[in-house]
Design a protein around this ligand. Structure first.
Ligand code: MRU
Length: 345
């Protein structure tokens, strides 16, 4: 288990390690209202698909317990409004919508109960989603460990670690499970421009846990692969379409093309809640466009002339570039439509 808490429910508040400040400062961001949780998700205090799912559930629970409504109809309408606001924070990671739906389904099932018991049920459910996420990541780790040889060098992109989940991680969960199994594993982390989740977060959490990590810039990936320095690529996912196309951090697609060219296995590790069975292919997944300042500025300093800038936060890796999708319920391989469906039936 990692030696820090990504997110925590504490009495009547939600605490999150502030991922904007890592690695220079290890400070916690305190949310007393659901609006603060929504702000934290939108502004990347917390990020990573499973972690924002947990944060959304806790945000709804926080909004519920802080509600002053005494009238049931008004209380239920307020919960609906809270869920809508939280749903608008980030568009790509489906875990967010999955968690909001799970919380609101619970409200629907219990709508005839009194307000206090609905509030208590929502707090319990948010805590359950948190606990389950850690257990799911551990299972993903155990499943994925079968694919990793002793001595392997694993290249990963962005941060799909403990910081991107309730704890342990998906892609880094596989690494952690292999290390716990006694394997000698080394990680190459890509820095992941523009927000540097690899350089700031993956490097930090692996180093903190004593797992050997080497940092490269994104444009060095082809070089290290061509030199035979990478045995497997493992990344996380923000949304997986039912045909196995994967939305993940911008740059994932390029890595998949490089891995295919160099005949390096390309694995995606994600919980079942990241699979959007209602989405038939990657082209239908909404891609978040973020503020161009993330590209034009570094540490508040403008580094570019005034030209057009693109800043899509994610890209789509086509299923044909993916060797396996590792989930808590087993490994899916091509043809993915069948193998992904078989995981849940
Ligand atoms: O923009 P971010 O930092 O939220 O993007 C995160 C990623 O792309 C992760 O790889 C993905 O959410 C999987 S996390 C287990």
């Amino acid at each position: 288990m990692s030696s820090f808490k990504t997110i925590e429910w504490k009495d009547d508040r939600v605490l999150m390690i502030d991922q904007r400040k890592l690695p220079s400062e290890e400070v916690y961001f305190e949310c007393l209202t659901y609006e603060e949780v929504a702000w934290a998700i939108k502004n990347m205090v917390i990020r990573g698909a499973p972690a924002i799912g947990v944060a959304s559930a806790m945000g709804i629970a926080l909004g519920a317990i802080k509600s002053k409504r005494k009238d049931k109809v008004e209380f239920l309408a307020e919960l609906k409004e809270i869920s809508t606001i939280i749903s608008k924070t980030r568009p790509t990671a489906v875990n967010l919508f999955w968690a909001v739906r799970r919380m609101m389904d619970l409200v629907e099932e219990n709508k005839n109960n009194d307000i206090d018991s609905i509030k208590a049920g929502l707090v319990d459910e948010a805590k359950k989603i948190y606990e389950e996420d850690i257990e799911i990541c551990r299972r993903i780790g155990r499943v994925g460990n079968q694919l990793i040889n002793d001595g392997a060098v694993v290249l990963t992109h962005c941060n799909a670690g403990a910081l991107a989940t309730a704890g342990y991680g998906t892609a880094l969960g596989v690494v952690r499970a292999a290390v716990e199994d006694g394997k000698n594993i080394r990680v190459i982390a890509t820095e992941t421009r523009p927000l540097l989740q690899g350089a700031r977060l993956t490097a930090w959490e692996l180093d903190k846990d004593g797992i050997p990590v080497t940092l490269i810039t994104d444009n060095m990936a082809g070089y290290v692969m061509s030199k035979g320095m990478v045995d497997a690529v493992i990344v996380g996912a923000d949304r997986i379409a039912s045909n196995g196309d994967v939305a993940n951090k911008i740059g994932t697609y390029s890595l998949s093309v490089l891995a295919k060219f160099h005949k390096i296995p390309f694995y995606v590790a994600a919980p079942i809640s990241t699979i959007d069975y209602n989405c038939s292919s990657g082209g239908l997944i909404p891609i978040e466009e973020r503020d161009i300042k993330e590209v034009t500025h570094i540490l508040g300093n403008k580094i570019t002339p005034d030209v057009k800038v693109l800043n899509p936060a994610f890209d789509i890796t086509p299923n044909e570039n993916i060797s396996s999708i590792i989930t808590e319920k087993g490994i899916a391989r091509a043809p993915f439509i069948e193998s992904l469906r078989a995981l849940v039936h």
